[in-house]
Design a protein around this ligand. Structure first.
Ligand code: NAP
Ligand code: MG
Length: 510
């Protein structure tokens, strides 16, 4: 294995930016196109993270063929040995946690505390995979016939194509690649174009931990030039995608036409409900963390705050005061509360939705503009924004903005709160603040979402629990926990007849 050139910090006016490469068939290499693109820090455009290949379908084809070849041997490695690699992976990530997080903040923008958390999620996922390697359980079941047994095994499937977004640059690739590899599949990974350096770091560490070089391949480039050829390649057996619902639909139809297994984790428009008996201090803290953490760029971000009339005005006031105090800036600066949007397009989307909200007649409580503080001069910063007076049919109540914009909706009672919460096409996360156990349990049952938090923010997934949503948020699969191992393995059913006769089920016994 040759290794990439060492990292150089290319901060303003600094050294030559690092040249990053693809990793295909056990070698770091350029794309066959010879083309590259620069990735800049969203907090400071002058800081070039590096140059990355703009790859195409030929690169994809080489990677898939390498992964296909590697599958022949990797599938036969005992699962416990594969698991030991993930123990080492966890140890390596612990050792490098802070560097990984710092580079991630520089590349993606969210504050260091959050990139430390993102890295920790990947560490937890590695240790979970280590444990799971001894638990790839099947069932052993009595037969309907004498002297015969039935059982199931979990089998590796083949080559997994992984396509990831930029908002959790370590955690989401770890959620996919660790269970995929642990189950005995090989991987071709296309990271988001905005966070390719963190993805490379993950692959470097996987190799150092002991994953065979051709079992993991990474290809940089666009969704069109790399993502689609990966999905459509006949030798890719399964696809795991996290991203927007729009792209998810396209992937689903391409994969469906080829009868491929595909897991889609898509968008959200997550509600936090606060009832009259809810603890307002906690509800405020949760709303700030849920709406403005990661600058609102989380699939589980709180984008709707649904408040019962009795506490509405008070909570909106509290929210206004607290939001106005949030400081935007570089995520590596300890004084910063909220980092930049990831890129210009994302900042423009936020700006256009603020205009839509104003045109729809929502009341701007705070924010609603770019941050013009000196520390924000060279990045994609936008003030955390709160709209009140939002009604359920407004676009800012229904569409995913993926930025620091919170829509507040006032409701008269519990039933209206649930109806409003469910009045969207998405169904990822949700939360409710109440001290009433009856209403809490009704909310757990009646909110249409894959995840419901009682007295917590809409964000905060733990690696050992299933993660995913209903409605347009996905297609029924779950990442995380034991459930993702079901996606990345195929059940094989075995019958063993030790009767010495040829027994016929349903016939000989009736
Ligand atoms: P995106 O535009 O859908 O992109 C996601 C990934 O797909 C990127 O790697 C992208 O490549 C690639 N891609 C784009 N178009 C493609 C195509 N036609 N075929 C194949 N691949 C394609 O989403 P994003 O803007 O990066 O991320 C934000 C979205 O992700 C939000 O909607 C958010 O809710 C969702 N998200 C969901 C979850 C969840 O678990 N439910 C978690 C995080 C984010 P490029 O980067 O090169 O464009
Ligand atoms: Mg960038």
């Amino acid at each position: 294995m040759n290794s990439p050139t060492p990292s150089t910090s290319a901060a303003a006016g600094g050294a030559t930016p690092r040249k990053f490469q693809n990793f295909i068939a056990g070698k770091w290499c350029d794309s066959v196109t010879g083309e590259t693109y620069e990735n800049h820090s969203p907090a400071n455009w002058k800081d070039i993270i590096g140059t990355f290949p703009r790859s195409n379908e030929e690169d994809v084809d080489r990677a898939v063929k390498a992964a296909r070849k590697a599958f022949k041997t990797w599938r036969l490695v005992p699962a416990a040995d594969r698991g030991n690699i993930f123990q080492r992976m966890g140890d390596l990530m612990v050792k490098h946690k802070e560097d990984i997080a710092r580079e991630m903040t520089r590349e993606m923008g969210k504050v260091l505390k959050e990139t430390m958390g993102d890295t920790q999620e990947a560490i937890d996922t590695a240790y979970y995979a280590f444990g799971e390697s001894r638990r790839l359980f099947g069932h052993t079941v009595p037969s309907e016939l004498p002297n015969k047994n039935c059982m199931t095994f979990r089998m590796p499937i083949g080559v997994a194509g992984l396509i990831t977004p930029w908002n959790f640059p370590s955690a989401i690739p770890a959620w996919k690649s660790f269970p995929a590899l642990l189950c005995g599949n090989t991987v071709v990974f296309k990271p988001a174009s905005d966070t390719p350096a963190t993805a490379v770091r993950l692959v470097e560490l996987l190799l150092e931990a002991g994953v065979p070089p051709d079992a993991v391949n990474i290809i940089h480039g666009s969704g069109r030039k790399v993502g689609i050829p990966l999905i459509e390649h006949p030798e890719v057996d399964l696809i795991s995608f996290t991203g927007s619902s729009e792209v998810g639909r396209d992937i689903s139809s391409r994969a469906g036409a080829r009868l491929k297994r595909v897991s889609l984790e898509l968008g959200g428009k997550n509600p936090q409900i606060v009832l009259d008996d809810g603890n307002l201090d906690l509800a405020l803290e949760a709303a700030l963390w849920g709406a403005f953490g990661t600058t609102g760029q989380r699939c589980t971000a709180t984008s709707r705050l649904i408040i019962q009339a009795g506490v509405h005005d008070k909570l909106v006031d509290m929210l206004k005061n607290a939001t106005n105090k949030l400081r935007c800036g570089d995520g590596l600066d300890p004084k910063t509360d909220v980092g930049p949007l990831v890129n210009e397009a994302q900042r423009d989307t936020v700006e256009s939705y603020v205009k839509i909200g104003l045109d729809e007649g929502a009341k701007l409580v705070c924010g609603g503009e770019r941050d013009t503080s000196p520390q924000c001069a060279n990045g994609w910063f936008y003030r955390p924004t709160v709209f009140a007076g939002v009604t359920p049919e407004m676009r800012i109540a229904k569409e995913e903005i993926f930025g620091p914009v919170l829509s507040v909706l006032k409701v008269k009672d519990f039933d209206e709160a649930i109806a409003v919460a469910n009045n969207v096409d998405y169904g990822l996360s949700s939360s409710i603040f109440t001290q009433d156990v009856n209403r809490a349990f009704r909310a757990m049952r009646d909110i249409e979402a894959g995840i419901t938090y009682i007295n917590g923010a809409t964000i905060g997934a733990e690696c050992h629990m299933p993660f995913g949503g209903v409605k347009d948020t996905g297609n029924g699969h779950r990442e995380g926990g034991w459930t993702v191992y079901e996606f990345f393995s195929e059940i094989k059913t075995i019958y063993v007849d030790f009767s010495g006769t040829l027994q016929k089920a349903q016939i000989d016994n009736y």
